[in-house]
Design a protein around this ligand. Structure first.
Ligand SMILES: Cc1ncc(C[n+]2csc(CCOP(=O)(O)OP(=O)(O)O)c2C)c(N)n1
Length: 913
C-alpha cells in the first residue's frame, strides 16, 4: 500500500542523482524510484524540479514512517497494566525519517496509497491509533505477503476492534465478577489452600469464552485446551462448566464421587474435564486435557488429541472442526524446550491441527524469578516469531481489547490454518500460590500490585464513566454471586448437594484374549497386495529385491523377517478395521532400512505407500518421518492414542537410547495416566535395543527404567525374540479391551537374522508367548542341568555358542506383567536342573536383572540360588571400544553356558514354603 523501496534515511544527494538520471531516461532508474518520481510529479503538478526534492523527501519520509508504525507500533502500546512505560522506538517519530509532523500535512494520503485520507498526517494518526493503541501487533516477521496483507487490512480497517455495545459490556462485567469473585470466595472459604489464582490475568476467561464462541460460530465441533496451574480452577468451572460442588469437594480433600478407588489421583489443579457449551443453539464440546506439574509438556499432547479428533478429515478441514488452545506461563513459554519442539511441529503435515491458539498469561514473574532472569528476549512471546506466528500483545486491564484480539486470532486461524499467539499482559495478585509472600523477593512490584484495582474494578469504573452501569450495579452483581457460591458450599457441607462427578468415565472393560493368528490364505492375499505398486513408481533395485523376497517368504521355509512381519501385522489390522499410525525419526524407511513403507521412484521421486492401497483395508494407515525431537513427538503420539481408540499408534525411537529425552512424557503421562486421571492409552513404543558394539548411546533403551515404573498393570513391557512374536503382540495390542501402553525392546541385528525368521505358519497359528521354552531341549529335558533365562538377543548369542545338551535356554519375551505361571510351567519340565542363570548383556545395575531377580528366585528357589551373568555394575551402559565390547560379550556367553567357578558356588537354598 504505497510504501516505496526508499529506506528511512533520506539522502538528498543520492535522490538528486537518481532524479537527474530519471529526467534523462526514466528507464535508467529502478522501478521503485520511477514510481516515486511519478508520484512527486503528481503532487508537484507535473514537474520534478530541484525544489521538489523537499516534497519528495516528505513523501518518502511519510511512506517510511508508515512502514515503521506497522513494524514498530507495538513498542509504543501501553501493555503493562501496572504502568511501566513501553520502550517506544525512534522509528515511530517523523524526525527519524528526516521530516517533521508539519511535513505530513503537505503530503496527500493518496500519495501513500491511502485514498480515503486527506493527508499523510491523517494516515499516520489513524495508523498510530491502530498499531500503538490498545493492541500491539507483531506481523512483519511473517514470510507470506498474503498473511501480512490480511492482518494489516484487519488491523487498519478495525474489522475486529469495534466498540462493544452496552449489553456486551455488562456481560463482560458479570463474567469478570464471576472470575474474580470465585477466587476471592475460594481464598476466604479455603484459607491456606493452594489455588494458583488467576487474579491479575482475569481476562483469560473472556478470551477463552470468545475463542470458543467464535470457533463454534465458524462450525467447530471441539475445543481442546491445555494449560498449567495458573487460573485453572477458574477455567475448569467457568469455561468448561465443572460444577462448583465438585471443586469444593476436592478442596475439602475428598475424593470426587466419580473417581475409582484404584486411582491414586491427582491434585485439583491438574485435573482434566470435558464439558459442552451451547453457542447459538449449537453444542460444542470443550475439554481440558489433564496435565502434570511439568510445565509445557502438555503442549504436544494437546496437539495429538486435536489431530486425533480430526483424523478422518482432510488437512484443509481441520481448522474449521477442532480448535486447540494452549495457555502458557510467561516464564515457562520462554524457558521450556518442549515449547520450541511443539511449535516446530505446527506446520509439519504429520502433525498439523489447523493452527493452535496460544495465550501467554503473562503475569511478569515466574515464582520468584523476574523476566530479566527468565529470558533473553524483550517479549515473553518472542520464540513464536521464529515459527512465523503472529503475535498480539494486550493489556489485561483492557478486556475490550482482549476480546477483540482473540476474535482476530480465530479469524486468522480459520483463514490460514496456522498458530497465532496472544500475549496477555497482567500481573499476579498474590504470591506464586496463595501462601507465598511475594514481597520477600519482589517488594517494589508488589507495592504496585497492592495499590492496583482488579480487572473487574477497572472495567466496572469504565462502565460507570460511560454510564453503562452504576456503582450500585457493580456492588449488587458482586454480592449476588458471592451469595450464590456461599449457598452452594453450605448445601454441600450440609450434605444437600451431592458432589457431581466428571462425566463420561466408563468402568474398565475386562481384558480379552485376542485371536491374533491370521489364516494363511488371508496372509497370502495381503502379502500380494503389499507387493503391488504402480508402474510409474520404480523403487531402488535393492528395495525392490528385498520386497520381491517377501513374495517367496510365505512358502514353508522360515523366511519372514522383522519388517515383513510388521507389514503383515499392519495390513491385517487395517483389513480388520483398525487404523495404524506410526511416526518417529526416519520411520518411513526405518532406521535400519527394514521397514521401507514408502516407495520412492528412482527417476521422479514419486512416492507410493502400499499399506495405504490395500483393497481390503477398512482402517487408515499413516506413517510419517518425525522432526528430530523426542519429547514433543512422543507427547503428540501419546495424546493421539488417548483420543483415537480405533488406531494402533506407534512411536519409534531412532535408537532406544534416545528415549530418555522424552522422560517426562513417559513418567508423567504414559506410566501414570490411569492412576492419576483414569486416562488410558494404547501407545506402542518401539525401542531398538541390544549390545552390538555401537557404544554407550547405541546399545541400551534403558529397559530397567521401564521395569522400575511397572505397577498396577499400568503397561506391558516386552522384548519379542522373533518376528512372529512381534506380529502377534502388535495384533494383541490392537485388540486389548483395557488399553495400556506397550513398551517393546526392538532388535537391530535380529531384524534379518535367518535364525530368528518366522514361517508363515507361525503367523497363521498360535499367539504371543510370554515365555519360550528351549526348542532344542524338548527331546532331552531330563539331561538338562542348567537353565539359562534370558531375553531375545542374548538367546541367539547363547544359542550359537552352546555345545552340549545339558543347558536349556529359556526366553522371557514378556517382562511385565511378569509371566509367573508360564515360567513355573517351564521350570517344572526340567527335573534335573542344578544351576539357574539369568544372563543379560546389560550391566548388573541395568537391564532386567534387579527386576527379574526376586521374581525368578521365587520360582526357582527350590533348585538353587540363581546366578547373575552379565556386565558388572557400570556407570555407562556400554563400552566405547569395539574390542572391549567383543571381549565382554564372549565372557558373558561363556560364563552363562558353563558351570559356576567352584568358589562362586553357593549353598542350595531351601524351597520357599
Ligand atoms: C518443568 C517444570 N519445572 C519447574 C516447575 C516448578 N514451577 C512451578 S510454577 C513455576 C513458575 C512458572 O512461572 P510462569 O511460567 O511464569 O507461570 P506463572 O506461575 O507465573 O503463571 C515453576 C518454576 C514446574 N512446575 N515444571
Amino acid at each position: 500500500m504505497g510504501t516505496s523501496a526508499i529506506t528511512s534515511v533520506f539522502n538528498d544527494g543520492y535522490v538528486a542523482e537518481q532524479l537527474e538520471a530519471y529526467r534523462r531516461d526514466p528507464s535508467s532508474v529502478d522501478e521503485s524510484w520511477r514510481q516515486f518520481f511519478r508520484l512527486a510529479e503528481q503532487i508537484g503538478g507535473g514537474s520534478t524540479g530541484t525544489s521538489d526534492v523537499a516534497t519528495m523527501r516528505a513523501v518518502a519520509g511519510a511512506a517510511s514512517l508508515v512502514a515503521s508504525i506497522r513494524q514498530y507500533g507495538h513498542l509504543a502500546v501501553q501493555i503493562d497494566p501496572l504502568g511501566s512505560a513501553p520502550p517506544g522506538a525512534a522509528e515511530l517519530t517523523p524526525e527519524y525519517h528526516g521530516i517533521s509532523e508539519a511535513d505530513l500535512s503537505r503530503v496527500p494520503g493518496s500519495a501513500l496509497g491511502f485514498d480515503g485520507f486527506a493527508t499523510a498526517a491523517d494516515v499516520v494518526r489513524s495508523l498510530r491509533e491502530a498499531y500503538s493503541g490498545s493492541i500491539g501487533y507483531e506481523l512483519e516477521h511473517l514470510a507470506s505477503d498474503d498473511e501480512r496483507e490480511w492482518l494489516r487490512s484487519a488491523i487498519e480497517t478495525r474489522e475486529f476492534t469495534r466498540p462493544l455495545d452496552a449489553e456486551e459490556k455488562k456481560r463482560l462485567l458479570t463474567r469478570l465478577t464471576e472470575v474474580d469473585g470465585f477466587e476471592r470466595f475460594l481464598g476466604f472459604a479455603f484459607q491456606g489452600k493452594k489455588r494458583f489464582s488467576i487474579e491479575g490475568t482475569d481476562a483469560l476467561v473472556p478470551i477463552l469464552d470468545t475463542a470458543i464462541d467464535a470457533a463454534a460460530r465458524r462450525g467447530a465441533k471441539k475445543v481442546i485446551i491445555g494449560m498449567a496451574h495458573r487460573g485453572r480452577l477458574n477455567v475448569l468451572t467457568h469455561v468448561l462448566g465443572k460444577p462448583y460442588t465438585a471443586l469444593f469437594t476436592e478442596f475439602e480433600g475428598r475424593r470426587p464421587g466419580s473417581q475409582p478407588e484404584s486411582e491414586t489421583g491427582d491434585v485439583k489443579y491438574h485435573m482434566g474435564y470435558r464439558g459442552t457449551r451451547a453457542v447459538d443453539g449449537v453444542q460444542i464440546e470443550v475439554s481440558l486435557v489433564p496435565n502434570p506439574s511439568h510445565l509445557e509438556v502438555v503442549n504436544p499432547v494437546v496437539g495429538g488429541v486435536a489431530r486425533a479428533a480430526s483424523r478422518a478429515l482432510p488437512a484443509e478441514q481441520r481448522a474449521a472442526t477442532v480448535l486447540p488452545v494452549l495457555v502458557h506461563g510467561d516464564s515457562a513459554f520462554a524457558g521450556e524446550g518442549v515449547v520450541a519442539e511443539s511449535l516446530n511441529m505446527s506446520r509439519l503435515h504429520g502433525y498439523t491441527v489447523g493452527g493452535t491458539l496460544h495465550v501467554i498469561t503473562n503475569n511478569q514473574v515466574g515464582f520468584t524469578t523476574d523476566p530479566v532472569d527468565a529470558r533473553s528476549t524483550h517479549y515473553a512471546s518472542d520464540l513464536a516469531k521464529g515459527f512465523e506466528i503472529p503475535v498480539l500483545h494486550v493489556n489485561g486491564d483492557d478486556v475490550e481489547a482482549c476480546v477483540a484480539a482473540v476474535a482476530m486470532c480465530i479469524a486468522y486461524r480459520e483463514r490460514f490454518a496456522k498458530d497465532i499467539l496472544i500475549d496477555l499482559v497482567g500481573y499476579r495478585r498474590h504470591g506464586h500460590n496463595e501462601t507465598d509472600e511475594p514481597s520477600f523477593t519482589q517488594p517494589e512490584l508488589y507495592k504496585l500490585v497492592k495499590a492496583h484495582p482488579t480487572p473487574r474494578q477497572v472495567w466496572g469504573q469504565r462502565l460507570v464513566r460511560e454510564g453503562v452501569v452504576s456503582e450500585e450495579d457493580i456492588e449488587r452483581i458482586d454480592k449476588e454471586f458471592a451469595a450464590k457460591l456461599g449457598k452452594i458450599l453450605d448445601d454441600m457441607r450440609a450434605g444437600g448437594a451431592k458432589p457431581e462427578g466428571d462425566p463420561g468415565k466408563a468402568a474398565a472393560a475386562p481384558d480379552v484374549k485376542a485371536d491374533t493368528a491370521v489364516p494363511l490364505a488371508r496372509l497370502a492375499a495381503l502379502n500380494e497386495a503389499l507387493l503391488a505398486w504402480p508402474a510409474d513408481v520404480q523403487p531402488h533395485r535393492n528395495v525392490a529385491k528385498t520386497l520381491a523376497r517377501r513374495r517367496e517368504a510365505l512358502g514353508g521355509a522360515p523366511a519372514i523377517d522383522w519388517g515383513h512381519a510388521e507389514a503383515l501385522a499392519f495390513a491385517s489390522l487395517l483389513a480388520d478395521g483398525t487404523s495404524v499410525r506410526i511416526t518417529g525419526q526416519d520411520a518411513e524407511r526405518g532406521t535400519f532400512s527394514h521397514r521401507q513403507s514408502v516407495l520412492h521412484d528412482m527417476e521422479t521421486g514419486k512416492t507410493f505407500i502400499p499399506l495405504q492401497h490395500l483393497p481390503e483395508a477398512k482402517g487408515r494407515f499413516e506413517v510419517y518421518n518425525s522432526p528430530l525431537a523426542e519429547t514433543a513427538v512422543m507427547g503428540f503420539e501419546y495424546g493421539f492414542s488417548t483420543a483415537a481408540r480405533d488406531t494402533l499408534v506407534l512411536w519409534e525411537a531412532q535408537y532406544g537410547d534416545f528415549v530418555n529425552v522424552a522422560q517426562p512424557i513417559m513418567d508423567q503421562f504414559v506410566f501414570a495416566d490411569r492412576a492419576k486421571w483414569g486416562q488410558d492409552s494404547g501407545l506402542v513404543l518401539l525401542l531398538p535395543h541390544g549390545y552390538e558394539g555401537g557404544g554407550p548411546e547405541h546399545s541400551s533403551a534403558r529397559l530397567e527404567r521401564f521395569l522400575q515404573a511397572c505397577a498396577e498393570g499400568n503397561m506391558i513391557v516386552a522384548y519379542p525374540s522373533t518376528p512372529a512374536q512381534y506380529f502377534h503382540i502388535l495384533r494383541r495390542q490392537a485388540a486389548l479391551a483395557q488399553r495400556r501402553p506397550l513398551v517393546l525392546m526392538q532388535p537391530k541385528s535380529l531384524l534379518r537374522m535367518p535364525e530368528a525368521a518366522a514361517k508363515a505358519d507361525d503367523l497363521a497359528t498360535g499367539a504371543f508367548r510370554p515365555v519360550i521354552d528351549d526348542p532344542q531341549a524338548s527331546q532331552q529335558r531330563e539331561q538338562v542341568r542348567r537353565l539359562v533365562f534370558c531375553t531375545a538377543k542374548m538367546y541367539y548369542d547363547l544359542s550359537a555358542a552352546r555345545k552340549d545338551n545339558t543347558v536349556a535356554l529359556i526366553r522371557v519375551d514378556e517382562l511385565y506383567p511378569w509371566p509367573h505361571e508360564e515360567i513355573g510351567r517351564v521350570v517344572d519340565l526340567y527335573p534335573a536342573v542344578e544351576d539357574v542363570v539369568w544372563a543379560q548383556e546389560e550391566p548388573k545395575n541395568m537391564g532386567a536383572w534387579t527386576y527379574v531377580a526376586p521374581r525368578l528366585r521365587a520360582l526357582v528357589g527350590n533348585i538353587q540360588e540363581m546366578r547373575y551373568v552379565g556386565r558388572p555394575e557400570r556407570a555407562s551402559p556400554a563400552e566405547g571400544f569395539e574390542s572391549a565390547h567383543k571381549a565382554e560379550q564372549a565372557r558373558i556367553v561363556a560364563e552363562a553356558l558353563s558351570a559356576p567357578a567352584p568358589s562362586k558356588r553357593r549353598a542350595v537354598a531351601s524351597r520357599p514354603a
